[in-house]
Ligand binder design. Sequence first.
Ligand code: HEM
Length: 307
Amino acid sequence: MLFQGIGHVLLNVRIFVWDLWLTLLNVLLPSLPKAKDDGEKGRWPEWAAPKEGDSRCACPALNAMANHGILPHDGKGVKFTDMAARVHETYNFAPTFAAFVARNGADTLKRDYSKDTFDLAELDLHNGIEHDASLLRQDAYFSPSQSTPHLPLVDALLASASGTAPDGSRALTAADLSAFSSKRRADSKRENPQFVLDKTHAVFGSAKCVSFPNASIADDDVGSSSTLLAIFGGHVPDLEVFLREERLPRAWQSVCRARKGLTFFAFNGTTLKVERGIDEAKYERERAEKEAAPETQGEKEVEQGVN
Ligand code: HEM
């Protein structure tokens, strides 16, 4: 057990050193080219909605890969090593980052990263990686199956976008994600009698979606949602397709054009920005003020739809 623990620590140190090296290379090497002609457009394998009995999970990125057949379409018998390779190719995560996230998936499920397989739905083990107060799914207490997006939440998140993308479309900003996360955490805390999002839950080696290994589940929540900025640039039209249908938009490519992909070190800057902006107390104060003021029928309906 002790040797296993030490082995784990050494492996993570190796991954982080490698990740730092890739971060430096990204500064030195030219970026990947942007898709610019029709030859590169529509290059994702055909999308097909999940069929009855297919396995899906709370992660829109993995579900989209399965829907396109980049992972097995039935979402079953996925090799952890294949998931890492495909995440790298599809979203331009650095190989370090992709392998670390997939390895943590294996650890959560107590499987061997190099040899074993899993079904996507198994990732929804509550308080493993899946957790309360997600941006896109209701808490497991209200919705035991996490395999499909909760559209009122997706719509409310996208409606909150206050930024502008380089092509002039609406875009989510770090401040928007912070505000929406504040709302989700405060609402879940108030409404879910089994709410858990503790800062101490995660210890070294427990599984995370896309953040550092010693981050708490709350930090992890910010980590996964920050990919909406780092990989999708917050671009609302693209996110509408990705989050509602779990489909990669036609001709879409990761906004991360770093030659060696999105590293932990680069990504942590985005995550910190979102985490620092989260202020549940401010959200609760504003909510109390709004409740004290007379509400229009329209506002009432929107609020009921989201929760
Ligand atoms: C490589 C393996 C990955 C694993 C094992 C994984 C696993 C998960 C799990 C279990 C969740 C649910 C967390 C929750 O309860 O909210 C999740 C959410 C999420 N993941 Fe992943 N994920 C992976 C890769 C990715 C990638 C590559 C991206 C982005 C391109 C991504 C983006 C997201 C987003 C946006 C959410 C939703 C967060 C929220 O609703 O708050 N994930 N992931």
